[in-house]
Design a protein around this ligand. Sequence first.
Ligand SMILES: Cc1cc2nc3c(=O)[nH]c(=O)nc-3n(C[C@H](O)[C@H](O)[C@H](O)COP(=O)(O)O)c2cc1C
Length: 394
Amino acid sequence: MKKKITIIIGGGIAAYKSLELIRHLQSENFEVIPVLTKSASNFITSLSISAISKNKVYTDLFDLNDESEMGHIQLSRISELIIVAPATANLIAKFANGIADDLATTLILATDKKVLLAPSMNVRMWNHFATKENIKKLKNYGFQFVGPNSGEMACGEFGLGRMAEPLEIKNKVMNTFKISNLSNKKILVTSGATRERIDPVRYISNDSSGLQGTSIANALLRKGAKVTFITGPSNIEKPVGAKIINVETAREMYDAVFKNGPYNIAICAAAVSDWYVENKNSYKIKKKSSNPPQISLRENPDILSELSKSKNRPELVVGFAAETDELIKNAEKKLTKKGCDIIVANKIDKKSTVFGNAENKVSIISNKKTIHWPKISKVEIGNKLSDLIENLTN
Ligand SMILES: Cc1cc2nc3c(=O)[nH]c(=O)nc-3n(C[C@H](O)[C@H](O)[C@H](O)COP(=O)(O)O)c2cc1C
């Protein structure tokens, strides 16, 4: 049976290009299910789309026949992928805000499938802060994008906003379906902060939210990896589809890491406490008029270092470094000392509140080279890192 792709055609001048896109997708043996917005029907007719796609064109959320034949929920799940081309500024704004006031937007809100957007609009609409915010949101939600490109527009202006060419969109679709070499690889992701108890109500910890580790795990899951996700306490929604192991202390994390291995790849993103409280109290320490209690610290086992030097060493070990001073120099030192393959380094200072923030600016350090990535969302860092790992492993 042919794989199905749903294409939502928005009300933009580039709507005519969707016909060529449908032909390209058919030539790759996909069945195309077209959905046309009300505005789009001003630019292109259902008749031509139906003739080219050889399928029924869905237009109305409240069409009794459509709803009894294939309801909007069913329509949102039937395909392997949903493409929106052209993705107009209006559709992008609605998707970013969870609006569901017609078939196209309801379908997107209800889907659990990958969504690929091909934006197309006037350069000023594209550069508007509202559109920029919406795009940022959608990237964080995991929507994928192709284009827009720069060039002359139908409105006579020049700049970024031209829809990607149908062939370019088809190539992006084919990449989406490519079986990743990370598929079925067993990958460890440690995430979040650990807690070291002082007494039943107090602990030593750090500000790590777990967002970065979760984003990495989600990106790897999208590539078909088998992810073991070992996390300290965190309020971030856990990656669906991963084997989840909740721990509290660094020593619990250490035990969980070695009990659940071996792994093909390990990504140690957790902010693990260096020390634990040796003289932990089993009752709540009372405030006395005498001196404050003395806390005696002892070093925790080093998960990254031991994993890198273990007999069953993963093919690739990635560690994280958060440094307040001499970021690159200290991260390079950490790479050598721990024996891992890559360090993802991020600077902690008064201005850059890395922990708990949705964005970060990191450098990727290996023995061969150092790459500096711009400030991007942690979700994008997860995507870029999983692409990098995919390219580095067999
Ligand atoms: C001639 C014409 C061309 C248009 N082209 C675009 C376009 O390329 N991109 C866009 O975002 N909006 C464009 N618009 C505005 C959209 O049609 C309008 O925002 C509409 O509400 C979008 O509907 P949709 O949500 O079904 O896409 C155009 C409008 C007209 C009249």
